[in-house]
Design a protein around this ligand. Sequence first.
Ligand code: MV4
Length: 629
Amino acid sequence: MFNKVLVANRGEIAVRVMRACDELGVQTVAVYSEADRDAGHVQYADEAYNIGPARAADSYLDHDAVITAGNQAGADAIHPGYGFLAENATFAAAVESTDMTWIGPSSDAMAQLGEKTKARSLMQSADVPAVPGTTDPVESVSEVESIAAEYGYPVAIKAEGGGGGRGLQVVHESDDIESQLETAQREGEAYFDNDSVYVEKYLHEPRHIEVQIIADHHGNVRHLGERDCSLQRRHQKVIEEAPSPALSPGLRDEIGEAARRGVQAASYTNAGTVEFLVEDGEFYFMEVNTRIQVEHTVTEAITGIDIVQWQLRVAAGESLSFEQSDVTTDGHAIEYRINAERPDADFTPTTGTLTTYDPPGGIGVRVDDAVRQGDSIGGDYDSMIAKVIVSANNRTECLARSERALAEFDIDGIETIIPFHQLMLTDERFCNGEHTTNYLDHKLDPERIERAVERRGDSMSDDPSSDDGDSDDAVERAFTVEVNNKRFDVTLTEETSPEIPLPELESDMLETASIDSNSRSTRSRPDEALPDTEEDAAAASTSAGDGEEVSADMQGTILSVEVTEDETIEAGDVVCVLEAMKMENDITCERGGTVSQVCVSEGDSVDTGDPIVVLEWVIHDTSLTRFMS
Ligand code: MV4
């Protein structure tokens, strides 16, 4: 195993890789840009190097700077994470030419599979079905026309280097071929330095199914089952799950074996993902991702296999210790990407400071992140700030647990797409597992997202820890009060200047208070939780056992008792006269209330601390229940 690994990435994936290193006893090295001086991955690592003095945003793409940091640290391997340099075959080759090991497939395999037509013919030679189309690049309008004549419209023109929807043109009629062919070529050239394109039959309502692969340097290849990533927005995955709700057991085995055969034929090593489109019970190879992916976590959850640890182990020369038949899956897992974006404003990225950051926990909930409360999100990098991975015995239980976990996630200071996820958990298509890749872009009514954002706002606004900061002329302060031992979180709105010290809490101040029961279930099911809470509140106020006990503050004799049981008295009223040290002392009550007990009578001698009367504070239930709604 390696001694020291440099992680050429940031954010949650850098921390994810370092965690695997820690568990293997491997030292970790972070690199960081100027924008990331205090970032989570920097704090997590054993040592860290600034590689961003010039252009902060591009630091993580600087081949030489990363390799120099690795040499300076004495690292013996580099893990690229995902994004940035992860699928850059040139960088992989540069690392291979040093004494350091590239933790990933060989640069040759990356270059081969990065070219889509090469990948297609490689797969076809291993009997892996691909979408009907060309395996050679297409250059002329007439070639596209003849393919369209064979399969019918629409057809897809795809850039050779393509991915993520860039360089993808869907042609519906022959008149458009010329201009769309040019567009695909132009985009391919612009984004991938490659103007070569190919053509496929276009599938209307496919699902995106991908198979996780891990391969060692001794010829062993295992697949770890599939993930369903059909819920995408403009080619960005938002929710991923495993297993797919859309595969029959037979199709699942077939697609897993096909992926395994395909990468074995390519002499592939390390972790990888084989992407397929699935439609009408048929699967079609699309492309290979030669990196660890964001959504690898759902596979880990249902297989119990630490994929990142295996990336390190196979890169260090170890053999896979398990057979294909040892890979079994248990239950269901769903990943929610927590993006700092406004779901009701076209998912535009947001920036700000995480004034509250309180992620969920408990059974079946994993949170991968690299931020802490107080961090600022600057918008320099990807908007994904965390991932919530929920697992359970089956999909139904997983959806219920997801609702619970997302309601627990408390974030203030920055907007996230949590309300969108919560909407999906009420969405019939998604809950039934019937969504396809075009569902979000073409079928979902955007107004439903706006309403989901409002609902989340409503359910969080009575939470005293979430201060929206939009009250200009009033100061809000959060208190916890206990009534009959029952806990209430109370927000007091102070209309006066904040310089004036807060008055003591008295029952009449509740006029401006809002109370919610401390139960978190009120967030997701307010309609059910409310009646319980009201009942409790009414019971608490009418039988209020809490109150004031007036006791003797010195030893002496009771000269007279000035109150009787059930009498209501006010703050400062005299309850008895006590003779002590030859003086008559008026004993008064501090707050007032109803006398529930008189403990002394005329002539009694009392010691310091002995009770004299007990008062009950009565909070009128009309004023209390009013705040419950
Ligand atoms: C397709 C397709 C339908 N038919 N190819 C989009 C991104 C690129 N990597 C492949 N993509 C697609 N290729 C054929 N022949 C539909 C898509 C597609 C898609 C695929 C996966 C996930 C989401 C998608 C959203 C729109 C289109």
